[in-house]
Design a protein around this ligand. Structure first.
Ligand code: ADP
Length: 319
């Protein structure tokens, strides 16, 4: 099959979960239209409850959409349910591993499930690529948490899908393992796999994704290359640590609306196109502030998110 321009194309995708006696109906997706180019690492970023899993589960065939259309690898999911699903591998958050199978056996089972002929199976190759080559005959219960996670990725790759979807790949995972997972994602991407990942970690999207769609309340509020999304905000914050505590905003700086922070520092947010740092420092000196230390902060995705949605930002990763 020729490589399509877009790995995923969805138009006006909607999902309403029916209510029951106690729960009202829930509009989880309110008309998502999105094109994900082949070859990208695309991030769906949004807080919990935004609709990310619903979106992915519709593509994976696990949730029935209410309306709209979706194409995976140029195959409509209604017209070609089996073929379109064969074009994606989905890694969910849960680690589902039968403790009595070995990783090799699990991959063979999965390959059988997808109808991959024995001669075309690559179980050992996939396990090796994910650093599990020497564990291929171990019992799954003997694997560490990180190894089990990698096994879940391996399972999603048995049918050699051109598109890999990772739903919150590093949720609840420690910093070290998170970095390892990121390396694997980059490796798979380098080998030609289109990657789509959902995350509520800003740092993860910023680090990995070439484009990011921000999802909030079942709608896309932004969809842009990562760099452009970040450059949208043409401001910086200058943080001045004075030698002597500043107790009131000096009139010389008042027009810049500085914030006096509880730790005694002064934070001045300024438009980079309009004001230079030098000018701000001159004013600070004119106000009699003796500067012990200085730093600047560029806007990150958290700031972008607040600017776009006016809402609480997703959890800031500590990794
Ligand atoms: P995310 O993955 O971004 O956290 P979800 O897609 O899981 O978001 O959820 C979107 C919204 O739909 C949430 O308000 C959630 O409570 C609701 N929801 C998800 N699954 C179901 C379901 N099976 N039945 C009813 N409501 C659901």
């Amino acid at each position: 099959m020729p490589t399509p321009e877009f790995a995923i194309q969805v138009r006006d995708l909607r999902k309403t979960y029916a209510g029951n006696g106690k729960m009202p109906a829930k509009h989880a997706l309110n008309g998502i239209t999105l094109e994900i180019p082949t070859g990208s690492i695309f991030g769906l970023l949004g807080p919990n409850g935004a609709g990310k899993s619903t979106f992915i589960n519709i593509l994976a065939g696990l949730v029935k959409k209410t309306s709209g259309t979706a194409r995976i690898w140029d195959l409509d999911i209604d017209e070609h349910p089996r073929q379109s699903r064969a074009a994606i591998g989905v890694v969910n958050q849960e680690v589902v591993a039968d403790p009595f199978f070995t990783p090799f056996e699990m991959l063979e089972l999965m390959a059988g499930f997808y109808g991959v002929p024995k001669a075309e199976r690559r179980s050992v190759e996939i396990l090796t690529a994910l650093g599990l080559g020497d564990k291929k005959d171990a019992y799954v219960r003997q694997l560490s948490g990180g190894m089990k996670r990698r096994l879940m990725v391996a399972k999603a790759l048995v049918h050699n899908p051109p598109v890999l979807i990772l739903d919150e790949p590093t949720a609840g995972v420690d910093v070290e393992l998170r970095r390892l997972m990121w390396d694997y994602v980059r490796e798979l991407h380098d080998k030609g796999t289109t990657i789509i990942l959902t995350t509520h970690y800003l740092e993860e999207a910023e680090e990995l994704c070439d484009s990011i769609a921000i999802v909030d309340k079942g709608a896309i509020v932004a969809c842009e290359p990562t760099a452009r999304l970040l450059s949208r905000l043409d401001y910086k914050t200058l943080i001045i640590t004075p030698r002597e505590p500043v107790t009131a905003i000096p009139p010389e700086l008042a027009m810049h609306d500085p914030k006096l922070r509880p730790d005694g520092t002064l934070a001045i947010t300024f438009k980079t196109a309009e004001t230079g740092i030098g000018r701000l420092l001159e004013k600070a000196r004119a106000a009699g502030i003796s500067i012990a230390d200085l730093s600047t902060k560029s806007p990150d995705l958290e700031d972008v998110f607040i600017a776009l949605t006016g809402d609480r930002a997703p959890v800031k990763s500590t990794g």
